[in-house]
Design a protein around this ligand. Structure first.
Ligand SMILES: [Zn+2]
Length: 94
């Protein structure tokens, strides 16, 4: 299986709302996006900060994250934080 995994992207406003909620619960959120030019998955170095655009480390192209959507990676360090994440995931509705 060599098929390239393409990260699912969420609308900017949804990510800002979800990430803000997680940050308020004491978790660390790292924004991620897919380069719109080469498709490389990029993860921001700074936690709890959401950027409107990002430079690809692979090709140097600047991607409009607000337009393209993004995702995030959660770092949960305490048990309470982990429970908060699981609860948030369980609340997800179509
Ligand atoms: Zn790129």
């Amino acid at each position: 299986m060599t098929r390239r995994h393409v990260m699912k992207l969420h609308p900017w406003n949804d990510v800002v709302a979800a990430a803000g909620d997680l940050i308020n619960k004491g978790l660390h959120v790292y924004q991620q996006f897919n380069c719109e030019k080469c498709g490389a998955k990029q993860t921001m170095d700074v936690p709890d900060k959401l950027y409107i655009s990002g430079i690809c480390e692979e090709c140097g192209h600047e991607t409009d994250i607000v337009k393209n959507g993004c995702n995030y990676m959660v770092h949960a360090v305490t048990r309470r934080a982990v429970e908060a994440v699981l609860k948030t995931m369980g609340e997800k509705k179509p």
